[in-house]
Design a protein around this ligand. Structure first.
Ligand code: 6R9
Length: 684
């Protein structure tokens, strides 16, 4: 394989020998063999994995069927239709009863406040889930009803999700930071009548009154003719009032200070979680459901502004979550796994809840923020629990880099073996810092590309065998067949850049958009007939490595050169003064489009004409003179979603001084937008 000297992003990083020796897949030959089998004989490959799980009834015959070609009829994907199982049973009962893992810790829970922590074992989790499943039944929830969950990162969120699965209900988790408007929009779309929330939560030093937001959302629902039947409220901020202190049982050692939060209360529909749990029976038979029954809906933003309710089903999602978790994090008993994602995001669903529990893993669940009470919090947690596998987002890596290495190196990270990245392309500079400073050059980095829609990793290295290149998500996971298409929809062979699509279904992919199958077909299957279209662009290099370059709408054509914004960003961020950057296109009368770059500097640096010159020179030397940004916009921050994604749609408008911003409900900090309009560069 080629390794060009001097070009950091094409250098190969071989897996650490110790990780390799113990890994499930130790060589690229083994990977290729398994991959070939998964693609050529998917029934055999996935049936073997299905056999590790419990099926109440198994239908003989067709293991999966699909149609990706919209011209031939409706698009559909089915795995093991006709067989029945229960996800919660497979995650809990199977581990407790069949495998004897009852006393194993399922989660170490670490609160926002470092003094607030707790543990829960598989047995305790099962008991709580059964009780809460009975609470839900008592509220009238039935199979296939959709239940809204609006909770922070506390163990009750896992209990609530699995209780839904136990009784065959569909959960819709809505990120705890979403506004009342966004919450209402999602409740209305799925017609949820029962919601689970908490009184409030601390995010760093900020107190969020969740119940107040819920009540505001209910008002909006009511105006739209929708009436809620019940809200079940976790008393998270103060200790439960009852003597039979249920919460304490599942949050042993929890030291939560009492806050005098005025929790608005409507006695007609509101009830306390702990009071309901105290009365609930702890026996609840699982509801056996078809493998193709929906397990959950998760909303993801759509280009039109209206969020899409992505639907995942029972059987295929279970297999895919379990298998990707096992191979990509090379999970072995004894590992302590820490994924920093919020459960309100797909990463939280697949890699905080479903994947780890399916493998009987022990995870750290973290309520707080990486900077609270100090910027070494993640590394402190890794040290405290002897974390072996860690999974976070590039935005966090870049933000933490800014504070300097000492916040990392003062903690012991010698337990770490695998460092994962997800959410956006990771620029080589951040990748290298993650590898060198956080991982002490001892860890495998897994840059995992996937989407809410894909259910689990689709392009990713395997930590024991894949030689990695900083910034590349490398190769497809088992069962996944990627292709790159040009504008005419023709497959590009060999090295090249184009639209990233998939040619075949894998078990964990989405099945539809909730109550909008047509939108599902037009969004993902209409642009290129016969393919699932990711909406991302990618490059395949001469060694066959995939480099996801960002959303296709982030591609731009400057004087006939096809460029990805990520490419330019990656050059800019190499400048020592830059902490974060985002590049968008701006219309140009001669070049068609030109580049407009937003620049956030590290603390202690000044933005001046020298820095401007150096930044342009960086891009010129890394990519070529044509890629040099026309405009450099210095700002103190970028508009981001609550899951940390830069909202490029907004940046494009700011670049054009267009004030019509559309839906801003997913924006984390609206103030940034005002600042950006005020600080536009003078030379436009
Ligand atoms: C899991 C998740 C999906 C979009 C996706 C792509 C970007 C995610 C990435 C990545 C490059 C990676 N993305 N992981 N881009 N490299 N490793 O993030 O789901 O919130 O639906 O976002 O995120 O643009 O299309 P979701």
């Amino acid at each position: 394989m080629a390794s060009k000297r001097g070009d950091v992003s094409n250098e190969l990083y071989l897996p650490n020998k110790i990780i390799q020796e113990n890994a499930f897949v130790k060589t690229m030959d083994e990977y290729r063999k398994l991959y070939k089998r998964s693609v050529e004989s998917p029934e055999i490959f996935w049936k073997e994995i299905a056999d590790e799980f419990y099926w109440k009834t198994e239908k003989k015959g067709k293991f999966f069927s699909y149609n990706f070609d919209i011209s031939k009829g409706p698009v559909y994907v089915e795995w093991m239709k006709g067989s029945s199982t229960n996800t919660c049973y497979n995650l809990l009962d199977r581990n407790v009863i069949e495998k004897g893992f009852g006393d194993r810790i399922a989660y170490y829970w670490e609160g926002n406040d470092p003094d607030d922590h707790a543990t829960i074992t598989y047995k305790e989790l099962l008991r709580n889930v059964c009780k809460f499943a009975n609470v839900l039944k008592g509220k009238g929830v039935k199979k296939e009803d959709c239940v809204a969950i609006y909770l922070p990162m506390i163990m009750e969120v896992v209990v609530a999700m699995l209780a839904c699965s136990r009784i065959g209900a569909i959960h819709s988790v809505i990120f705890g930071g979403f506004s009342a408007q966004s919450l209402a929009q999602r409740i209305l779309d799925a017609k949820c009548t029962v919601l689970i929330t908490a009184d409030g939560v601390w995010r760093g030093t900020k107190l969020l009154n969740l119940k107040e937001t819920v009540d505001e959302a209910y008002k909006i629902c009511k105006e739209n003719g929708h009436h809620m039947k019940a809200s079940i409220v976790v008393k998270h901020l103060g200790p439960p009032e009852s003597k039979e202190d249920h919460l304490k049982k599942i949050t042993q050692q929890a030291k939560r200070p009492v806050y005098d939060l005025k929790t608005p209360w409507n006695p007609d529909i509101d009830c306390w979680w702990h009071e309901e749990m105290n009365r609930a029976n702890d026996i609840c038979e699982p509801e056996w459901v078809d493998a193709e029954n929906p397990l959950f809906i998760l909303y993801t933003s759509g280009s039109t502004g209206k969020p899409k309710g992505v639907v995942h089903t029972t059987g295929g999602y279970l297999l895919y979550a379990a298998t990707t978790f096992k191979y990509v994090f090379d999970y072995h008993p004894g590992d302590i796994y820490f994924c920093t994602a919020d459960v309100g995001w797909i990463t939280g669903h697949t890699y905080v809840v479903y994947g780890p529990l399916a493998q009987g893993a022990t995870s750290v669940m973290f309520e707080g923020l990486p900077f609270h009470p100090h910027p070494g919090r993640y590394w402190e947690i890794i040290d405290k629990y002897r974390v072996t596998k860690f999974y976070t987002a590039p935005t966090a890596v870049r933000a933490l880099m800014k504070y300097g290495d000492s916040h990392v190196t003062k903690y012991d990270r010698s337990s770490l073996k695998i460092l994962g990245s997800v959410g956006e392309p990771i620029n080589p500079e951040a990748w290298l810092w993650y590898h060198k400073i956080v991982g002490n050059e001892q860890c495998s980095i897994v840059d995992t590309f996937w989407q809410t829609e894909t259910g689990g990793h689709v392009l990713t290295p395997l930590p024991g065998c894949t030689p990695t290149k900083p910034g590349s998500a490398t190769f497809p996971f088992f069962g996944v067949v990627p292709a790159l298409l040009n504008d005419e929809g023709k497959e590009i062979q060999g090295p090249g850049e184009g639209y990233l699509v998939f040619k075949k279904p894998w078990p964990g992919m989405m099945r539809t958009i909730y109550k909008s199958h047509e939108r599902f077909e037009t969004t993902y299957f209409e642009k290129f007939i016969g393919y699932y279209c990711t909406g991302d662009g990618a490059r395949r290099d001469e060694d066959g490595y995939y480099w996801v370059t960002g959303r296709v709408d982030d591609m731009l054509n400057v004087s006939g050169h096809l460029l990805s914004t990520a490419q330019v960003e990656s050059a800019l961020i190499e400048h020592k003064a830059v902490s974060e950057t985002a590049v968008v296109s701006h219309p140009h009368s001669v070049k068609g489009e030109c580049l407009y770059a937003f620049i956030v500097l590290k603390e202690g640096y000044q933005f001046n004409s020298d820095v401007e010159k150096e930044l342009r020179a960086k891009v010129r030397s890394k990519i070529g003179p044509f890629a040099s940004p026309e405009f450099l916009h210095h700002t103190s921050g970028l508009p981001k979603t609550r899951s940390g994604k830069i909202m490029r749609r907004i940046l494009r408008k700011i670049a054009r001084n267009d004030r019509d911003l559309g839906d801003l409900s997913t924006l984390a900090d609206p103030q940034v937008v005002d600042e950006l309009y005020k600080t536009r560069p003078k030379n436009i």
